[in-house]
Design a protein around this ligand. Sequence first.
Ligand code: NI
Length: 206
Amino acid sequence: MKASKPALYRRPLPPHILAMALLKIARMGHPVLRGVAGPIADPSAPWVRRLVADMVETMEDAGGTGIAAPQVHQSWRIVVFCVPEERLSDMAGDVAQDLTVLINPVVETIGAERALGWEGCLSVPGLRGVVPRHLRVRYRGTGLDGEVIEREVEGFHARVVQHECDHLDGILYPQRMTDHRLLVFLDELQRHPIDLAAFLAEKRAA
Ligand code: NI
């Protein structure tokens, strides 16, 4: 620790706070978001723990639900995410989740059923889009202590995982969209709400 800290910070802070940092978020167009991220050989390595702490701090500061390492210019197979209670569908397998850290995740779809839903992304600021995603997935990965995490989930939880893991293969949600009329600025969407069910019914009738 430096001897010449400003007076304001003279009180000792817990070391994990001093160690954390906000990272710069890569935006759509930056090549790191198009690359295939590399696997982590040792999930319990100290540099992985530090990167994850910084990713969590960056995600929380930016108000995101999840973030993948390539989004902070680190092309590694790491995602972190939460599944907040208020976003859940009424599906039984759509369960809220406190912060999950997944290293080297593998996502396997279950069945062919898909659903449309709104998504946003810290790398595509200001926009929202309607994206088809598999309704059910099984995912597997490793936590920071090397423990295996394996879950079968549905609905919004499944959507978040598919979105975050897509980042590891260089895919952003607009690439998954099937109707780009539903790629809109969030502030316009708030001014001019879109009733998705009505929009789709109209589309089917046309
Ligand atoms: Ni994203």
